[in-house]
Design a protein. Structure first.
Length: 115
């Protein structure tokens, strides 16, 4: 496996954590993968529908904005063309940038059951 493959897998993991869904869950639709499902919701301007209800419940505007940033990083990591994916250091920089913003809390993540 290449480092670009590792980045793809990490992106899928980010999307799993945010959505609470497995990468190939039956509720994603026929022949759909988690990244494809997320991209379709984002294209419809419905990216908040991606987030597991336990993440949204009680989250403030700043926390939702941060979740959207993590969602975008997950989508970058799962780009169809490996050359378009960031490298591991770029992903780390992007995530650190989010963590350095104010109002960061990890309490919203909690324990999310995967469907």
């Amino acid at each position: 496996m290449s480092t670009k493959g590792d980045v793809y897998s990490y992106g899928v993991l980010l999307l799993e954590v945010l959505s609470g869904k497995r990468p190939a869950s039956s509720d994603l639709g026929i022949q759909s993968t988690l990244p494809t499902w997320v991209r379709s919701l984002k294209a419809k301007k419905s990216e908040c529908s991606v987030f597991h209800h336990s993440l949204i419940r009680g989250a403030n505007h700043s926390q939702i904005a941060q979740m959207k940033q993590v969602l975008n990083i997950g989508l970058l990591c799962t780009a169809a063309v490996p050359e378009e994916r960031p490298n591991v250091l770029e992903v780390l920089k992007l995530l650190k940038g989010i963590a350095e913003t104010k109002d960061v809390t990890l309490s919203a993540v909690g324990s999310i059951p995967l469907k």
